[in-house]
Design a binder for this molecule. Structure first.
Ligand code: GLN
Ligand code: ZN
Length: 757
């Protein structure tokens, strides 16, 4: 019999109940007892839903009070020393100090979970005092069994992935350090496994997602060792090694590892896992937990196509489970609370609960049940969306075709453009900012009032104009060369464009966890994307009218929009990127026609969409460059195109960054303490660049000397005629006084450096 299974269920709650519980606990609105009771109710409710959906193998301990990597760390005593020494299971208050910091200790770092928008807390492995403080997996297993009679499948982050996701100070010896730590850690995993076995656990889901990014053969030995130790310790428990987000790197070696089953992703694998299964077969004595439904997107599956996939898998692996491609943590919970979407769109959606229903349907079909009615209904819904006018916009099709027929290049190459751009009259080491200014409580409360209907659109606009005017004056007084309007009208740089372009929509409750209690509600790109009217022109021109300085237009680029949205999956992403690129091209032209001479097209999320496997990266980057150039190449030589990126490790993508052919790029650098500048020692950058001269991610006001040092360091590798002076990112999260003080110092530093030249 084929079984249905799940890998993980979202934590947030249908109406973000979980988020509010955490925040109420933090602000002392509820106490620990109430927090525990209410989170338990939420957790059991999720389990009940999975049970009612007909899922055979239900994950437990996928729940977290914050983050599953943090949970693993605190369970095993991997707690940074600055938070204290612990011999007991951490109290909630102690636990939350790690990700949130306290007055004596800075919060642990967080970083992106593979190539998703979820952030995990990075385990600090140096000085780790490994000991089992809490067998949380056993607690959750027992809870589900006692309360609901569920023989759950505890989800445990595997020891190798856990270590690989952690950080050690001595990066050079990383491999050796991890191998050594693994031995210590394994004794604790053994204890957990044995306790689970004693409690009657049937299956354990051991997540080892890093099997998708193996770097060498030696690494495989770590998994081999870990699995062997665990198998010997608890032979009666069946261990399923779970991977996701990519194909496993060395299929034959992986499926030969000493485990009872393997969870493979058949959605985000570039077809590689299926190819491998077909070519090499699957070990007859093992279980294949097949991720067949997309766990990272919100659209219904084409169930007819999926049944064909399932048939193929079943032929190779009779001992088969069907499940989502990854934990459903990355999708919203249910479409049932969406009341404002057009039916044709809503019917095309499948959030977590609907995905579980799809899994159950596919499982029934695989077991020979008649599910034709379900398959037909699903097909009808998808057909309707695919054949709707939204996805068959002839204007967009013709426009994209026309733009792609000609090469998308600027009229002249960069050296000629520099000459043409002399009309901008910029000084040596020009100064600018990245776009946004503080989104004060006032800005937020006005927006809220306007959204609720308590403030008229005219009054809201007048308020925004007032803020822009005030900040134009501040920028003039500071002596900044290229000004911005401040982005006060935008809550979010992607949502804002999503609201104005055809083909996008937003949900009411489509939240997904970003980090801790923070959720994001990504826009949906459901149809062909079309520009219908100017978006930013009014606000930009308003700002320009207030000053004789140049005001820079501010747009978000296609790939960033895509990486921070849920994108239709009926056509390749690069085609969606071309459409968005083209829509923005119209906006760029409209800005230029309105007299705006400098236009910035932000691409902060370019890096995070980078495929996990190096071999797919070039194609991704080529597509990104293409979309960016569709947006930016329609302008005159004298119009200056800027872009901005948000990370300091850009060395490997420097060729792609240069290929964007932006006249000026601003990029983060200060957080890497000068490390990133090394990239320019190897590769000479031939256009203008602003390496952020101070870190905006903290309220600390940098000193003039410190900024001067950063400038001097940069000028060692970058020609003074190519260098711009700017902070390293937008200032919307900062407070006004610290922003002004920091910019003042930035201007002083620039002026002193210029005077010394
Ligand atoms: N222009 C945006 C801002 O200043 C860029 C934000 C970002 O880089 N993430 O806020
Ligand atoms: Zn940035």
């Amino acid at each position: 019999m084929v079984k249905s299974s799940n890998i993980g269920y979202p934590r947030l709650g249908e109406k973000r109940e979980w988020k509010f519980l955490l925040e109420h606990f933090w602000s002392h609105k509820i106490d620990e007892t109430e927090f525990l009771a209410q989170t338990k109710a939420l957790r059991l409710n999720s389990l009940k839903k999975e049970q009612a959906a007909g899922i055979d193998v239900i994950p437990v301990a996928d729940y977290s009070n914050y983050d599953h990597v943090l949970d693993t760390a605190v369970a095993f005593g991997v707690i940074p020393e600055r938070f204290g020494k612990f011999d007991h299971k951490l109290s909630l208050t102690e636990y939350y100090q790690i990700p949130r910091g306290n007055k004596n200790a800075i919060a642990a770092e967080m970083t992106k979970w593979f190539n998703t928008n979820y952030h995990y807390i990075v385990p600090e492995l140096d000085h780790a005092d490994f000991k089992l403080l809490d067998n949380r997996w056993l607690t959750y297993y027992n809870e589900a069994k006692a309360e609901l009679g569920i023989d759950g499948k505890p989800v445990i982050l595997g020891p190798v992935s856990f270590l690989k996701l952690g950080k050690v100070k001595d990066d050079y010896a990383r491999g050796a350090v991890l191998a050594q730590l693994l031995d210590q850690l394994l004794t604790l995993y053994v204890q957990v496994f044995q306790e689970l076995a004693a409690a009657g656990v049937t299956y354990i889901q051991l997540d080892e997602p890093t099997l998708g990014t193996l770097t060498d053969q030696a690494e495989l030995a770590l998994y081999q060792k870990a699995l062997k130790v665990l198998k010997d310790a608890a032979p009666e428990v069946k261990v399923i090694v779970q991977t996701y987000f990519a194909a496993v790197d060395d299929y034959e070696a992986v499926v030969a590892l000493p485990a009872d089953g393997f969870g493979l992703d058949f959605v985000h694998d570039h077809g590689e896992n299926l190819k491998a299964v077909v070519a090499h077969g699957f070990p007859a004595d093992k279980l294949l937990a097949a991720g067949v439904v997309d766990g990272r997107n919100i659209w219904r599956s084409d169930l007819t196509a999926k049944t064909a996939l399932v048939d193929q898998l079943k032929a190779a692996a009779p001992n088969l489970w069907l499940q989502p491609s990854n934990s459903l943590l990355h999708v919203p919970i249910t479409t049932q609370n969406e009341h404002k979407l057009a039916p044709v769109i809503k019917n095309g959606l499948a959030f977590a609960d609907e995905k579980l229903a799809e899994i159950v349907t596919l499982t029934k079909q695989a077991n020979g049940d008649d599910v034709q009615a379900d398959l037909d209904a699903s097909k009808a819904a998808l057909d309707q969306l695919n054949h709707s006018e939204h996805r068959n916009n002839q204007t967009v099709a013709a426009d994209v075709k026309a733009i792609l027929a000609a090469p998308t290049e600027r009229q002249s190459a960069y050296p000629q453009r520099v000459i043409a751009q002399k009309v901008l009259n910029l000084p040596l080491l020009p100064t600018t900012t990245i776009g946004s200014f503080p989104q004060s409580a006032e800005v937020r409360s006005h927006r809220k009032a306007w959204r609720k209907g308590d403030l008229s659109t005219a009054d809201y606009q007048a308020f925004l104009d007032g803020e822009t005017k005030r900040w134009i004056k501040i920028q003039e007084d500071l002596g900044i060369d290229v000004l911005v309007h401040g982005e006060f009208e935008r809550t979010d740089m992607v949502e804002y464009f999503g609201q104005k372009l055809k083909g996008f929509t937003t949900s009411q409750n489509g939240w997904v966890q970003s980090y801790g209690s923070r959720g994001v509600k990504p826009p949906f790109v459901y149809g062909d994307v079309q520009w219908t009217e100017p978006i930013t022109v009014r606000d930009t021109v308003f700002a320009q009218q207030q000053t004789d300085h140049l005001v820079k237009g501010m747009l978000t680029s296609a790939v960033t929009i895509i990486n921070w949205s849920f994108v239709r999956d009926d056509i390749p992403k690069n085609i969606v990127a071309d459409q968005i690129g083209l829509a923005l091209r119209h906006e760029v032209k409209a800005l230029e026609e309105a007299g705006i001479k400098i236009i910035q097209v932000d691409e902060p999320a370019l890096r995070e969409g980078l495929p996990l496997k190096p071999r797919y990266r070039q194609e991704y980057l080529d597509n990104a460059v293409k979309a960016f150039k569709i947006t930016t190449t329609g302008v005159k030589d004298e119009t200056q195109i800027h872009t901005h990126m948000c990370y300091s490790d850009f060395e490997d993508i420097l060729p792609a960054i240069s290929a964007l052919d932006a006249d000026v790029i601003s990029i983060e650098s200060s957080r890497s303490k000068g490390e990133s500048i090394k990239a320019f020692e190897q590769t000479k950058y031939d256009k203008q660049i602003g390496l952020g001269v101070y870190d905006i991610h903290s309220p600390r006001v940098p000193s003039v000397d410190e900024i001067k040092q950063n400038i001097h360091r940069a000028l060692e590798v970058i020609d003074v005629h190519q260098f711009w002076i700017n902070p390293d990112c937008g200032l919307k999260t900062r407070k006004e006084p610290e922003t002004i003080a920091a910019l003042e110092n930035m201007l002083d530093a620039r002026n002193q450096v210029v005077a010394e030249l």
